[in-house]
Design a protein around this ligand. Structure first.
Ligand SMILES: Nc1ncnc2c1ncn2[C@@H]1O[C@H](COP(=O)(O)OP(=O)(O)OP(=O)(O)O)[C@@H](O)[C@H]1O
Length: 685
């Protein structure tokens, strides 16, 4: 037995001990549920405590299968820590057997380097055989990096200790099956800096494809929940992604890190939920462009506030034997004062009411002596005061204002053509029966925010942020509390909506965080070098200023083939891809997606939908290019790039997204000439 085998055996025995301890932790938690319910002072307490303890016990029981640690730190002072996805300890007061990766002491695992060992003598990484539910994890290898003595490395799987890279590379290059996995074991230093940035810091990460933006955002969410559990849970944490397929793909990452209760949704769904409508109509491109424009915020504000008006006469309030009077001129001043303070509309309405009551109170106290709070309440709700407030500052709902604007757009900030684009051709009989479009919902949300400020989230992670319109950005900004922060993730080169951002500072201003820390990630962990080189050729045509990606992967294959029968070639390419390991994505222009899916099914190839990551889902997915964002497949067959690039003004950006979904292999098949940047019809690059 070599010393290395000996080490492996010792680590296996330690893992068995950790597993047994975790089982005891779960049993102990179950027991505490019973005791907690028995010892509580009241039924309500028992319920509360019982709920809390039950959740904890359930969490422990539902601990995902797999290894309980992935790394170990041997410190120069003799301390030793195993690092895993969650803390494992025999007793809360005892030093843990496994330290949570988010704990401060674990930071050196990600950050220590030979030229800055941070008190670490040896960093050990563990290799585990693939595992699934019900299996016990099998330790297959370990790799030591001697940070204070780089020559002394060992690797049980062939990796050299000095440049520990074997296990790391294997993890990065592993085939993708099922949903996206967490990267707690292999977070890179530049990613770790972002994950562990302080809670109050708003970040913006411009990341080339596959640089781990999504992974960083999700791990940052987990880190904040661990580091500030009470603050973040109380204030709320929200993850916003581009679409359902993407959310399904990333949905397992936070639960795998022990965080099950985080809301993950899309901006559109979040807005639809708030305004209480689903989109039931479609905008023309021109109308959507106007409705998503930043000027609409002021257009709506003016439409809303246009209903604020001076009184038509004096106010007379009967009060027992008295009648209090406030002249029209004085009331007009009150209305103007409140308007100038520019509070949210409904706050303004109540503010006007209390100013009017104050004016009445001055008169009452002058004549009849002090009055109390009950008098103020009664007078404030009296019919004449309510009638005055209704006349000068009427109550209103967002739908009413938007219906007025769309039935007859008049605002001078819009051009004639823009007004014509958004004007309803057949206005509904009432705003209640209006059929709203997706862009209308964003405007209703804007109006709701102008009426009343809602409490925001403590932290929002916003993915694919380059695609948001200014009005959508404002909707996100409104959902961040005053002291809340944002993690903004995106890639200007992947902007595919008509209103996609071309400049982060501008986008950050719309998001209400103009001074957010802006960082670029360029090391790509998904896309192999050959694919990155091909995709980078498109960058010049995208008219955005972003640093090009470079791949950290050593593997990967690209083929570009001119074919005469595209559909037959796709079927052949997919069949060949199925002979290898991993997932297969057929990316195609949106318009051709249904047809190509039919062709594959007819050829006997079972196909799934994007984001369908359930166990047993087909290995092949036909992906409309418009939905490819954020997704990844081991083998990508890109059918007819020219058709993807032709689809609208953002076509080349879409093609850039499509080209960068491949983890290992990319087949580009074309019957039409290739877009010029990719070689304009030439064969293999
Ligand atoms: N440090 C890492 N270790 C291992 N895998 C990583 C690491 N960083 C990223 N990855 C993997 O690389 C892939 C791409 O990551 P991710 O989707 O987060 O990138 P992205 O920047 O959001 O990409 P895109 O903009 O193209 O959607 C994922 O499979 C992710 O797990």
């Amino acid at each position: 037995m070599t010393p290395l085998d000996h080490d492996l055996d010792r680590e296996r025995a330690f893992h068995d001990l950790c597993r047994a301890t975790l089982t005891r932790m779960a049993d102990g938690a179950d027991e505490r549920v019973v005791t907690g319910e028995d010892v509580s002072a009241s039924g309500a307490d028992a319920e509360d405590l019982g709920f809390h303890l039950r959740s904890h016990a359930k969490e422990l029981r539902e601990e995902p299968p797999g290894p309980l640690f992935f790394g170990r730190l041997d410190h120069t002072d003799g301390r030793r820590h195993h690092i895993g996805r969650r803390r494992v300890s025999a007793h809360p007061a005892e030093p843990p057997l496994v330290v949570d990766w988010r704990a401060p002491v674990a930071r050196a695992f990600y950050q220590a380097r030979p030229d800055d060992p941070q008190g670490v003598r040896v960093r050990r990484r563990f290799g585990w055989a693939p595992y699934s539910k019900g299996d016990s994890a099998d330790l297959t290898g370990l790799e030591d990096e001697h940070l204070t003595d780089p020559a002394a490395g060992t690797g049980a799987d062939g990796g050299s200790g000095a440049r520990a890279g074997g296990l790391l590379a294997a993890e990065i290059e592993r085939p993708r099956v099922g949903p996206m996995r967490d990267i707690a074991a292999t977070i890179q230093p530049e990613q770790d800096d972002l994950v562990r940035a302080p809670l109050g810091t708003s970040l913006c990460v411009q990341g080339a494809p596959g640089t781990g933006k999504t992974a960083v955002g999700l791990h940052r969410a987990a880190y904040l929940l661990y580091t500030h559990p009470r603050r973040v849970q109380r204030a709320g944490l929200l993850i916003l992604g581009p679409n359902r397929a993407f959310l399904a793909y990333v949905s397992e990452v936070l639960p795998a890190l022990g965080e099950r209760d985080v809301r993950q949704t899309t901006v559109d769904e979040e807005i639809a939920r708030t305004v209480g409508h689903e989109p039931r109509a479609e905008d023309t491109e021109a109308a959507a462009a106007v409705k998503h424009d930043a000027r609409m915020a002021a257009v709506l504000r003016r439409a809303l506030h246009a209903r604020v008006a001076p009184p038509s006469g004096e106010l007379v309030v009967p009060d027992g034997a008295y009648r209090w009077r406030v002249p029209a001129a004085e009331l007009a001043v009150l209305v103007e004062e409140v308007r100038a303070e520019a509070p949210p509309y409904l706050v303004g309405r109540e503010r006007l009411r209390s100013r009017v009551v104050r004016a009445l109170r001055t008169r009452a106290e002058r004549r009849a002596g002090p009055v109390g709070a009950a008098w103020e309440r009664r007078v404030g709700r009296s019919r004449p005061v309510s009638a005055l407030v209704d006349a000068c500052w009427p109550g209103v709902v967002p739908e009413q204002v938007l219906a007025e604007v769309l039935a007859d757009p008049r605002d001078p900030a819009l051009t004639d053509a823009e007004r014509a684009a958004i004007r309803w051709t057949r206005p509904p009989r009432s705003y209640r029966s209006a059929r709203w479009t997706a862009a209308d919902l964003v405007l209703l949300d804007e109006l709701a925010g102008q009426l009343e400020r809602a409490a925001g989230y403590g932290h929002i992670v916003l993915d694919e942020a380059q695609d948001l319109s200014p009005m959508q950005c404002r909707a996100v900004a409104r959902r961040t509390s005053a002291s809340g922060s944002l993690t903004v993730l995106g890639d200007l080169a992947q902007g595919t909506t008509p209103w996609a951002a071309r400049d982060w500072r501008e986008q950050l201003a719309h998001l209400g965080r103009p001074d957010a820390r802006l960082t670029a990630l360029t090391a790509g962990y998904r896309v192999p070098g050959a694919v990155v080189d091909l995709a980078n050729r498109l960058l010049g045509a995208l008219r955005v200023d972003v640093p090009p990606a470079r791949s950290v992967r050593r593997d990967g294959e690209v083929t570009v083939r001119a074919v005469t029968d595209l559909e037959a070639a796709v079927v052949d390419a997919v069949r060949a891809a199925l002979d290898r390991e991993g997932s297969v994505g057929v990316v195609v222009a949106d318009a051709a997606h249904e047809r190509l899916r039919g062709v594959l099914e007819a050829a006997g190839v079972a196909t799934g939908h994007p984001g369908d990551v359930a166990a047993g889902a087909p290995r092949v997915t036909v992906v409309p290019a418009g939905l490819a964002k954020g997704l990844e497949y081991d083998h990508v067959v890109l059918a007819e790039p020219a058709a993807v690039a032709d689809a609208g003004p953002r076509g080349p950006h879409r093609l850039y997204v499509a080209l960068t979904r491949a983890v290992s292999r990319l087949d580009v098949l074309h019957a039409r000439p290739l877009p010029a940047e990719l070689g304009g019809g030439a064969g293999t690059p």
